[in-house]
Design a protein around this ligand. Structure first.
Ligand code: SF4
Length: 221
């Protein structure tokens, strides 16, 4: 998909290299992805650090009462919901026979790990792809709200394409070595320019490649 390569190149030129992935252990990345929902990176990281300080082992989180987990992550917002989800996820992993430590997924093929993760309650394709890409450097393309919106506006996928269908298209088209940078740059672009309500098409480096240029001025976006 030549146009997609052009898009990736233009974004790379506009935004420069993204910060490198932290390569946290997979379970840490899994929990971090839940903590990142509906909050910014700063509050997500605060909640993660508080949780690790309160419960040094993931088994402790899995066994803790929900209110105690919620208290530990309150600085990340939506603590009541996220605490239930994190605990369920960890218990689901443990029930699948995986140790809740850095060795949890050692030796697993990436597709087997993806299948295992999405089979656990509370883990969807985006979260599973985040673990594979950010933690393990495997060729998966998480599709969050920004990536999904931009892919549709750019016509990379049909207007009603689901997030999982969009993930499949992007994963197939983007070389593995460029997947992390392109993913991060699409998110940067979605936050700074191609926003949900008022995309700044007039200052967009992708305008020449975009069939929906000016979409913010024509009503529903
Ligand atoms: S031209 Fe507008 S709609 Fe298209 S990618 Fe850029 S900001 Fe988004």
């Amino acid at each position: 998909m030549d146009r997609l390569r052009q898009i990736a190149r233009r974004l790379a030129k506009a935004y420069g290299p993204p910060p490198p992935p932290r390569r946290l252990p997979p379970i840490d990345e899994l929990v971090l992805t839940v903590l990142s929902q509906n909050t910014n990176d700063v509050n997500r990281d605060r909640a993660y650090e508080d949780l690790r300080a309160a419960f040094p082992a993931w088994n402790d989180v899995a066994d803790a009462p929900v209110p105690a987990v919620a208290r530990a992550i309150r600085r990340g917002g939506l603590a009541a919901t996220k605490s239930v989800r994190i605990r369920e996820m960890l218990r689901g992993l443990r029930a699948s026979g995986r140790p809740l430590d850095a060795a949890a997924f050692r030796g697993m093929r990436h597709w087997a790990l993806f299948d295992l993760l999405v089979s656990i309650k509370g883990v969807g394709p985006k979260t599973a792809a985040c673990v594979l890409l950010f933690s393990l450097g495997r060729p998966y393309f998480p599709v969050d709200t920004h990536v999904h919106r931009i892919a549709i506006r750019l016509g990379l996928v049909p207007p009603k394409a689901s997030a999982i269908a969009t993930q499949a298209v992007l994963q197939a088209a983007i070389p593995a070595a460029e997947m992390y940078d392109t993913h991060m740059n699409l998110i940067r672009h979605g936050r700074a320019v191609c926003t949900a309500l008022r995309p700044a098409c007039e200052e967009c480096v992708l305008a020449r490649l975009c069939p929906r240029v000016g979409v913010g001025k024509r009503g529903p976006v």
